[in-house]
Design a protein around this ligand. Structure first.
Ligand code: TXA
Ligand code: MG
Length: 324
């Protein structure tokens, strides 16, 4: 298993010799390596079993340092960076040649983000290179929101996990770029569309495309538990599965189901708070996935604000066909 701790010097030393370290961010934990070192980047893909067509996000300590890696920042995107960095926002920008093609899977844009977590901020400030970091989970599975999640699945394959506690946002960053001079959202995430629109006006949200994903995080089946995950109206689903005698677990937004043991259900937010629900979502999915049940039943949350990103993840978890 990996060593878990808060030692920034240790993390720095491992990264400087081309190794990988799991890092905390406000969204989810990342699996980080030196973005300018091809061998380190190749290791990231190998450890995650991630297909090489799925590009990585480059993380830096601040907006200034982004200029070393991108040739231009269109004005609306710069406004977003100024408003929301450090924070759960990733920008797609034209890359400079210093960024290895392996990081961007050969695309001419690079995804960049300034994460908002004190430990990772200190680490990034201490390093002379940016970090490439996808979420620290095996490809296609649920993203990790605490150090133990990373250790459970990737502990055998990495040396060190920098422990920053529970992720405060709990959903991956919102990915934004430009298309035909329009601001386009490629992945819904921890920064809600309303906040983005308050800075740059109305934006487009990329319709899901499973055949030719611009952003493979948009793949129909992704963020998925191992157990079948069924999304619907729990009032209707529960009696059906009870009648069938099938053992199930429940993921609900607010309501508890007294007919089922508390050990087999999680309420994302009894008070109906979407920020709390986002923060708890992935840990809840993982906990239910580890129970001795044959199926997880779930419902959508209100489709407003962060609820849109939560519902996006729930739908992908429920998508049957695995496309990876
Ligand atoms: O919150 C987050 O974004 C976390 C933390 C660790 O920063 N990272 C994360 O990385 O979610 P990952 O690799 O799991 O998801 C990044 C997504 C992928 O869907 C990838 O396809 C997309 O970003 N992406 C990266 N570079 C891209 C590019 N140049 N064009 C389009 N999509 C890109
Ligand atoms: Mg991911």
């Amino acid at each position: 298993m990996a060593e878990i701790g808060k030692d920034i010097d240790k993390a720095k030393a491992i990264l400087e010799k081309g190794g990988l370290v799991a890092i905390p961010t406000e969204t989810v934990y990342g699996l980080a390596g030196n973005a300018l070192n091809q061998d380190a980047v190749a290791k990231i893909f190998a450890v995650k079993s991630r297909p090489s067509f799925d590009p990585l996000i480059l993380h830096t300590s601040d907006l200034e340092r982004i200029h070393e890696f991108v040739s231009d920042i269109p004005e609306p995107l710069e406004k977003l960076a100024l408003a929301f960095w450090p924070g759960p926002l990733t920008l797609l920008l034209p890359k400079k040649s210093v960024v290895p093609d392996l990081v961007t899977s050969g695309l001419d844009t690079v995804a960049v983000r300034v994460p908002d977590h004190p430990l990772t901020q200190s680490l990034l400030s201490a390093l002379s290179f940016p970090l490439a970091a996808p979420s620290a989970n095996p490809f296609g599975y649920i993203s990790p929101t605490r150090a133990s999640h990373v250790n459970d699945q990737l502990g055998e394959k990495i040396e060190y996990i920098l422990d920053g506690g529970n992720c405060q946002v709990g959903l991956e960053s919102t990915i934004v770029g430009m298309e035909d001079n329009q601001v386009m959202v490629y992945r819904l995430g921890g920064l809600d569309i309303g906040a983005i629109e308050s800075i740059v006006g109305k934006v487009q949200v990329m319709a899901h495309s499973s055949s030719d994903p611009k952003s493979p995080g948009m793949l129909k089946s992704h963020y998925a538990p191992k157990k079948p995950f069924v999304l619907g109206d729990l009032e209707k689903l529960v009696p059906v599965y009870q009648k069938r005698g099938q053992k199930f677990a429940l993921l609900s937004f607010r309501s508890a189901y007294p007919q089922l043991s508390v050990d087999y259900q999680v309420q994302l937010s009894p008070l109906g708070d979407l920020t709390e629900a986002a923060k708890k979502l992935f840990a809840a999915m993982r906990a239910l996935d580890s129970l001795d049940v044959s199926v997880i039943l779930s419902e959508q949350v209100p489709d407003v604000g962060l609820g849109k990103a939560i519902n996006d993840r729930l739908r992908r978890a429920a998508a049957q066909e695995k496309e990876e």
